[in-house]
Design a protein around this ligand. Structure first.
Ligand code: SF4
Length: 162
């Protein structure tokens, strides 16, 4: 059995984002992995019971998913609801799926307060990003699972085939 890859469901055309849209990632490598049955699709926010549509959320005050896991930061929606517990629950559910399927790597949507692996929004809801990861990406990394953004899919393929 080839190594499986955890993937953000919205990259696979599933309309699970806060606004009810997908973020479909068209790439021949992803299509090949799909045909090979290697993809494990997860949406941490849906796994935590968040609805569609839902209020957009950001990690507060320029903090990161690591800060959230350490209890130093919270996640708020645009209307000020504290959704930290749901984001942590979603991260744990995604981790459980990765472990159950033997995933050593993940390909996650960048920019998301859950799935972002290189950059996330800064909590101001002003469209500003900074370097950092979302809550799910941070939890996966804590458990030794490498997380990649879509732009890094060729790098991920190299690692998987090494
Ligand atoms: Fe996509 Fe992840 Fe957001 Fe779900 S939590 S919509 S999989 S970026």
């Amino acid at each position: 059995m080839k190594n499986k890859v955890l993937v953000s469901a919205c990259l696979l055309a599933q309309p699970v984002r806060y606004d009810g849209a997908a973020k479909t990632f068209h790439h021949p490598i992803l299509e090949q992995w799909m045909a090979e049955g290697r993809l494990v699709a997860v949406c941490p926010e849906r796994m935590a019971g968040m609805g569609i549509p839902r209020e957009p959320a950001e990690i507060s005050d320029g903090a990161t998913g690591e800060d959230v896991l350490a209890g130093r930061a919270r996640v708020f929606t645009a209307v000020g609801e504290d959704v930290t517990d749901a984001f942590v629950a979603g991260a744990k559910a995604a981790l459980a799926a990765a472990l159950a399927n033997g995933c050593r790597c993940a390909l996650l949507t960048d920019g998301s307060p859950s799935c972002g692996s290189r950059s996330i929004y800064d909590g101001s809801f002003a469209g500003r990003r900074h370097v950092g990861s979302g809550v799910t990406a941070a939890l996966l990394r804590r458990h030794g699972i490498d997380v990649f953004s879509p732009e890094q899919i060729e790098e991920l393929r190299e690692i998987l085939t090494a």
